[in-house]
Design a protein around this ligand. Sequence first.
Ligand code: LLP
Length: 438
Amino acid sequence: YGTQNISKDGHLMIGGVDTVDLAKTYGTPLFIYDIELIRNRARGFINTFNKMGVKAEVAYASKAFSCIAIYQLAKQENLSLDVVSGGELYTAIKSGFPAERIHFHGNNKSYAELELAFDTKIGCIVVDNFYEIELLKEISEAKKQSMRILLRVTPGVEAHTHDFITTGQADSKFGFDLNNGQADEAFQKVVNHPYLQLLGLHCHIGSQIFETDGFSLAAGKLMKKISDWKEQFQFECTVLNLGGGFGIRYTEEDHPLEPKVYVEEMIKTVQENVKEYKLSMPEIWIEPGRSLVGDAGTSLYTIGSQKTVPNIREYIAVDGGMSDNIRPALYDAKYEATIANKAHEDRNFTYTVAGKLCESGDKLIIDAELQKADAGDLLAVFCTGAYGYSMASNYNRVPRPAVVFVESGDHQLAVQRESYEDLVVNDLPFSLNKVSVK
Ligand code: LLP
């Protein structure tokens, strides 16, 4: 994984930094991000478009991991940004991210969220539904302010890992159906509006996808619609946004393609369609989340108690769990791990890694092959950079971990560990003392 290796004394190193030292400095649980790996991934996407001579925007889907420092890194790497809530938008603006490179998503954006988008002058709103069109008309007319928009459509292609399914109608809460007239109706509603500037179409077919076929199929369907609109209404879209979803390797059972392969295939499909329908080449926008930050993140825990269930399993428990990584409990997601202070030792032991939360389902890894574990050892769980910290909760009033960035032997705190004080900061004292119990 990225810049990871093992030091002479058997310690897991990330970005030239000893993870055992990181644990001493920052405590555990700790998220460690390998910044060089994120940079390489970002540059890989951008260079692929450049090499193939295609105008593009690579927008980091920041729901995967959102904080001020990651937005500042995204800015440095010339990424655009996909935000999905007022909170992500606020964080992005706070970080100094250029507003014109922010794209705003969501299937139920509120009036206040949309106003914030106008007031901060973001680059584009990805419009999801008819209610949102009405809100956008109202706000843009009240403010006499233009906004660039994409229409999000569901092409009837859904992809999950290896498989994709195609249906005439997509049963999705997102977007305008491409196949039943909804997308055409949305087009009619926005195309001549004085303040809404339609750039093109968006679709997102799924997440953790290992094949290119779903993307090609979806791209073909959107290009056909672009061609239809050109013929019927002499309006030609200039942007085609094909979303994110490029898969990563969590365990040796996962076989994703190289990130650039997804992009190359997309570009080829779009170019073929441009030729077939005699269109101009649109800009291609993508929204990778997991594939930018997923395998760059490692969770570091301290091992505490152990329990043997005779003839069944050995448990080791760590000082975090489903509060900092809900994915095993929620999606049955699989991870690999190593004991970071014994990374050079043989893995002759099988342990089930349990979290510390009061729930039987709080297990991070079933049957992990590990070095012999003792209390006080450090467990590194790999590939937790996407949808780990961002989906963390305070269940059981467990404070959220700290996040550190490492690169070329340097390290910095990117998000402070939550304190007990932070946990009660919004709590107010009980004050309904007039109630008498009969
Ligand atoms: N664009 C849109 C419109 C999306 O809905 C998503 C993810 C992305 C881009 C980024 O997808 P990625 O490249 O990260 O696959 N919590 C789940 C994943 C939810 C993905 C939601 N949408 C998980 O932990 O696997």
